[in-house]
Design a protein around this ligand. Sequence first.
Ligand code: TRP
Ligand code: ZN
Length: 890
Amino acid sequence: MREGSSPLIRREDYTAPAYWIRSVDLTFDLDPAKTLVVNRMQVERNPAVAAQALRLDGEELNLTRVLVNGDSVSFRVENQQLVLDNLPETPFTLEVRTTCAPEKNTQLSGLYTSGGGFFTQCEAEGFRRITYFLDRPDVMATFSVTLKADATKYPVLLSNGNLVEQGTLDGGKHYAKWVDPHPKPSYLFALVAANLVCREQKIRARSGREHLLQVYVRAGDLDKTEHAMNSLIASVAWDEARFGLSLDLDRFMIVAVSDFNMGAMENKGLNIFNTKYVLANPATATDADYAGIESVVGHEYFHNWTGNRITCRDWFQLSLKEGLTVFRDQEFSQDLVHSPSARAVKRIEDVRTLRQHQFPEDAGPMAHPVRPDSYVEINNFYTATVYDKGAEVVRMMQTLVGRDGFARGMTLYFQRHDGQAVTCDDFAQAIADANPGSALATHLAIFKRWYSQAGTPRVQARGHYNADARTYTLELSQQGLPSPGQPTKEPWVIPVAMGLIGPRGEHLPLQLVGEDAPVGTERVLVLHEERQRYEFTGLDVEPVPSLLRGFSAPVLLEDHLSDADLLHLLAHDADPFNRWEAGQRLALNRLLGAIRTGQALHLDAAYIEAMRSVLRHPTLDAAFKELVLTLPSEGYLAEQLEEVDPQRIHQVREAARLQLAQALHHDWEWAFETHQVRGGYSPDPVSAGQRALANLALAYLCLGASVTHDPVWPGRTYQRFKDATNMTDRLGALSALVNSHAELAEAALQRFHALFRDEALVIDKWFALQAAASEKDGRVFARARQLLSHPDFSLRNPNRARSLITALCFMNPAAFHRTDAAGYVFWADRVLELDAINPQLAARVARAMDRWKQLAEPYRSAAREAIARVAARAELSNDVREIVTRALAD
Ligand code: TRP
Ligand code: ZN
């Protein structure tokens, strides 16, 4: 646990380091109980900064020796820093010896053990838990690393860069020496010493250069590495083709580890991954898992340029690498599919994630700008805002300068800043400078408010058709609500991609008053003032506006469209995103109406028919249909309400599901029968879409049967569960049963557990499925609480802890928010237990209560009490303290 107070770190306090560390030579004598680290640094004063003491960061280290140019010197340790005064004016060698205890490191930051091996995680501030260092991203050094360890227990010894030497040592040990020629900040350091096997492949890049790609896993998992390797090969090719960025290393390694706090880490040449984002075969992984692996492998690989070659000056600039790299991995996954509708499916999924996670964050106590102004614990700022809203900011830049203009901007960015630690301003400037005259360059200062202002902008749109003048006037206005520390907001630059659709579904030519001729049927309006008017001319018919196509900006749009307009867009919009959005809006209007009035929900014939025609549509993709026919989540519904009664939301949404199940019964049967994928498993988007739609149909058919007590569909579902040849179908069937048929569900759950008892990632699904099941009479909550004492449950493994806790507290509002407050008691107990083991993870779980102020009574008071109980604990980590303090602030 961290000691001492927890000061607020402010962006405006940034100063350059007083010293540079140019190179580091590290020797590790690896032992789980006591690892010796010898750290020899070449240090020199930074002449640009006034002379002062050298302060090296260190945490939970035993310091045994400090030498300057080979001589022992006086030093002190103060506020977890090693302080050295009276240092030479000329460059000097500093040697620091420390020991640490990897097996006691349950935080999984720094050097730790997992499954009998050694692994590291240094971002953001884990390197200081390995040795004393200037642990900040603007200090970049070349690393040479010698690893010594028992040869039998740890046959594989890896670090960044190239292997230059290896051999045996006395006492059954061996060693390996690695040299990374690229200067890097300490957060990109990594080592692995473990008993692993690898899949490897040589590839030749466009440039002709040969690279060795390797994926390291535990011995039994080699059959689950093919997809990760394919994703890596595709990533290398994509970055060359799309941005002209090629791999700068001879060897690129991915290592999978089962104890890991996040998804993966982009350490130079040695990416370390959560097993969840590496291991997949058809029997154990779902289509969603395959897609996740592709994204995360891409993401970490793309960091090699956006993050590693050009890194962040300080952690406030985190979105410089994360927003940009999320944007790149999203584009990568879109470019891997070929049809426009499959691209749209990916875009819809990304927007759904943004709305589900980032919009609530931006509306709650943790709201912060994409480039935050202050933090207590940087780990708390690896957020949906920095990652996903950050990606939207980059996407808007691309929209404003065009795809080619954006590629030119990237080229300029690398010309200017390769090898440097820079800021978000530097990035935006490069994209703008490469595109003089563009809307981005013209409005750059205003555009950059996306980095500095928190909160989701609200955009109002009102249209008026004048038949006599044949004009259509569109008025757009924008407004920002207060957020913590930001009471008022200035206008943003908001690109609004749009089209106008005529009464027969035709896409009307777009000509603004003052233009000589129409310019196509889609264009981007750039809203940069509080209110702007656009007058379209030459229109013989009254159009329905299709605004914010492809979700061209991360805003809340109020377009005042009628039900009839939305049905028109659902039927005719050429933009698949807005077509999906229209379907969601139709559902939202109905569900929110019933939630607000307390009246029974009745899905009208117009809505049902619209859903039926999407489902039966001859040319739309199955994946797209599945997205349209999935109702907005309970969490998304909650975000639309002023006051939230989670039980009421659940009741209404379940009623809607049941009505869709019953009204479309024959259509669901048809959909199920006609979307069977035959032949071997492949995770491609077409067959994944078919499986998704078939599984949705199955869920609706079982739901319908739970009312009629017709045994046929539950029986068929159980059979399908047993006979499934891939995890997507098996889990789909299991989930349909768990949410509809108690008895068959029990049998299936037992069988599933027995089948996969040795597959940790599948057992995670087993826990999550039960904790996220549709709540009925408190049974799901009771089950989740029971599962805490299941022999397979553990808080020490983050994936397992999340499988139960996240599924209940984040993904299952109706099970979590109870009138007896038992859900909140569960939450507080887990946060406190976890905090003693792994503060980073505890703080993530703590955020389940972010939106407590929105709750209706009695939830609200009970929630406040639970948060206050956590906050009252004296020995709380900085991580959790920052979250609960913000939650309780007014
Ligand atoms: N930089 C990593 C990524 O986005 C994520 C990361 C940050 C991380 N901090 C971490 C991963 C701590 C594990 C643990 O890809
Ligand atoms: Zn990242």
